[in-house]
Design a protein around this ligand. Structure first.
Ligand code: PMV
Length: 326
């Protein structure tokens, strides 16, 4: 049977970095994210008796061997669950610029989890989907839900308490995000490799893990109280702490370029002038700006004048992953 799903990208406001177990992909810290309305993956999965191996078409082209392998390993989890060993053709498209260094693994694995389980007639709950998507990519566990989402670190070794939950849905609080594309080449060091290196070599890693609980509880409170100032402050703190941590790995990981740094200064300068704008940055050089919607155009106009920005994407809080018609 063929099924098609859409899942939206998400950006962490409290960041995940580090695993407490590798094979089940269990995070060392919890995280909180915002699902993004305008950035999504659309993925079709068709299990077919005539196939001798899985096929993965990504953005109109046969995917690279390592991408196909990773996708196939993920489908193996579903085949194990269903006891059905049929191979599948997977066709996936991201509606946001690819090769732009924007993490597509979150929306990609979430859409794949939803489409593939439905195509296998497994009918998973959102929680089960989140646990499954996590095994493709940690951040994908959050893209199952819309709105503001928390990924639990959990304690158990079998991962049964490691899943995302929705804190608030997408109608609760309209916050905008501008994504400033500063470079279009793919990042050099992927998140799994970067996390492993950081956990193994950074002297700051234990403090990163220990201090995450406070960030999570403060972020939960900021969301409950719709306190934008607090939300922005914690998001920037968690982001800078992540990059400070990455810098302290051996060899140090530096995901930023010169423009990333300039934009951080620019956003702080805007804030000094009374414009409520905060930044967050993931494992790459793009800068994401959080702001209340009434300020978006002003911020965009100011930043647009800044030399070197390749593109600015504008989005807001988005919905959960779901099955769609072909
Ligand atoms: O889930 P992964 O392996 O793509 O790692 C995500 C890492 C960050 O984007 C930097 C942080 C996060 O919580 O999304």
């Amino acid at each position: 049977m063929k099924k098609t799903a859409i899942a939206h990208a998400n950006i962490a406001l409290v960041k995940y970095w580090g695993k407490r177990e590798n094979s089940l992909n269990l995070p060392a810290v919890g995280s909180i994210s915002m699902t993004l309305k305008d950035l999504f993956s659309k993925t079709s999965v068709e299990f077919r008796e005539d196939l001798e191996s899985d096929i993965f078409i990504l953005n109109g082209k046969r995917a690279k061997a390592e991408q196909e392998h990773r996708m196939s390993q993920f489908l193996d989890l579903i085949r194990q669950q269903s006891g059905d060993s049929t191979h599948a053709e997977v066709v996936s498209e991201n509606n946001f610029p690819t090769g732009a260094g924007l993490a597509s693994s979150a929306s990609g694995f979430a859409a794949l989890a939803v489409a593939a389980t439905e195509a296998m007639e497994l009918h998973y709950s959102a929680r089960e989907l989140s646990q499954l998507a996590r095994q493709g990519s940690g951040s994908a566990a959050r893209s199952i839900f819309g709105g503001f989402v928390e990924m639990k670190r959990g304690e158990k070794l079998d991962g049964s308490d490691v899943y995302a939950i929705q804190l608030k849905d997408e109608r609760y609080w309209q916050l905008d995000m501008l994504i400033l594309i500063t470079a279009e080449q793919e990042k050099e060091i992927g998140s799994t490799e970067g996390m492993t290196l950081t956990a193994r070599t950074s002297p700051y890693y234990p403090s990163w893990v220990a201090s995450s609980f406070t960030d999570l509880s403060e972020m939960r409170k900021a969301i409950t109280e719709k306190d934008f100032q607090k939300l922005g402050e914690i998001a920037e703190f968690s982001c800078l702490k992540l990059h400070g941590l990455a810098l302290s790995a051996k060899p140090g990981l530096l995901y930023w370029n010169g423009l990333t740094v300039n934009l951080v200064h620019q956003i702080r300068a805007l804030r000094k002038k009374g414009v409520p704008a905060f930044f967050t940055i993931d494992a790459g050089p793009q800068v994401k700006v959080l702001c209340p919607p009434e300020y978006t155009q002003k911020i965009k106009a100011t930043l647009q004048e800044f030399d070197g920005i390749k593109k600015i994407l504008h989005t807001t809080v988005g919905p959960a992953a779901r099955i769609v018609e072909d």
